[in-house]
Design a protein around this ligand. Structure first.
Ligand code: NDP
Length: 331
């Protein structure tokens, strides 16, 4: 470990699950020692993802308490833990996906640490990496989208949603975007959506049938979950894919698989890390994402940057549907 790394740091822990009141900002947490295969990063910026709220509420189970939330950050490598570190060096500017990111320092697996190309700031890289890679693997792996495809994207003005709108446009597909307000839908349009539906007041199935001549969309990317699952199944075309990748409105209850038969629908429930299990996969998609940002000029929309101390406000804003694009925290 480099000599200037302190022994104590600030960060946010939870000791039990619950509302935003369980988030505790502390200034005397131990700086983690990177184990073999891990890298210690001094965070300059931390990404907020909807999954952080699942661990806080208990929808997803924390391995133990106290638990530090946060899956993504960007900063400088402070120390290497040995083992395989993929040519990453102390002092390098990196972005990562891992755990315990809501802190001054995080020790994370080197498998998902990436050097940031010139021309992309640490803040932008951090704002883009997890949600951008999620969207990219969804359209490449969960359902390989082709030019001319009609696709439905729920919560299209959110972090993953805006990435999907842009990437789908970039690969020549047509997007029907849903969101809960007209302002959000306007944003989704600016990011590439062709047709929009305000699901607080308009009929998604009717719109999808109109634009696809009753055929339905070949893929639905549904990160909303409980509230939209049935509608998504109605909207998907014969031989299409229903990709259910999140639970912003609550977990989807168990599904009777016979419901997939009439339209021979492919149902999947992907997880980003399932597509990035090897360094080769991780580097392949990270490099494709950087290319989309640098060459195709895809945008990373940063909703706001809050101090880490204001983490409770960050959680209540994302859960309260107040954010569009990416919310970041500054340690
Ligand atoms: P978002 O920025 O998209 O925020 C969530 C959005 O969901 C809200 O803005 C809101 O948009 C919509 N929403 C619909 N119903 C509700 C509800 N009842 N309460 C709150 N929000 C609701 O978050 P992320 O981009 O971080 O994540 C989007 C989804 O993708 C999440 O479900 C997340 O878990 C999932 N995800 C899955 C991954 C995987 O590997 N499987 C990886 C990354 C994300 P609106 O107001 O327009 O309805």
């Amino acid at each position: 470990m480099v000599s200037e790394t302190p022994k104590k740091m600030f960060g946010v822990i939870i000791e039990k699950t619950g509302g935003t009141e369980v988030l505790q900002y502390k200034d005397d947490l131990p700086v983690p020692e990177p184990k073999k295969g891990e890298i210690l990063i001094k965070n300059e910026v931390i990404g907020v993802n909807y999954i952080d709220t699942y661990f806080r509420t208990g929808l997803y189970q924390a391995p133990s308490f106290p638990y530090t939330l946060g899956r993504e950050g960007g900063g400088i490598i402070a120390a290497l833990g040995g083992g395989e570190t993929y040519d990453l060096q102390e002092g390098q500017r990196v972005v990562y996906m891992g755990s315990a990111a809501y802190a001054e320092y995080s020790a994370v697996p080197s498998l998902h640490v990436f050097s940031i190309p010139d021309g992309i700031s640490t803040e932008t890289a951090c704002a883009g990496i997890l949600q951008g890679l999620t969207a990219l693997t969804l359209i490449r792996e969960s359902h390989h989208v082709k030019p001319g495809d009609w696709v439905l994207v729920h919560a299209a003005a959110g972090g993953v949603g805006l990435w999907l709108c842009q990437l789908l446009k970039a690969v020549g597909a047509h997007t029907v975007a849903t969101a809960s307000s007209d302002e959000k839908l306007e944003l989704a349009k600016q990011f590439g959506a062709e047709v929009t539906v305000n699901y607080a007041k308009e009929d998604i199935v009717k719109t999808v049938n109109e634009v696809t001549n009753g055929k339905g969309v070949i893929a639905v990317f549904d990160g909303v979950g409980q509230d939209t699952f049935d509608i998504s199944l109605e909207c998907v075309a014969r031989k299409g894919s229903l990709v259910s990748f999140g639970n912003a409105s609550g977990a989807v209850p168990p599904v009777t698989i016979a419901r997939l038969s009439p339209k021979v629908v492919k149902l999947s429930r992907p997880m980003l890390f399932g597509y990035l299990a090897t360094r080769e996969e991780a580097e392949h998609y990270a490099s494709e994402l950087w290319d989309f940002m640098l060459k195709d000029k895809l945008q990373v929309r940063i909703h706001d940057v809050y101090p880490l101390r204001d983490v409770a406000r960050a959680h209540s804003d994302i859960e309260g549907r107040k954010t569009t694009g990416k919310l970041l925290l500054k340690p």
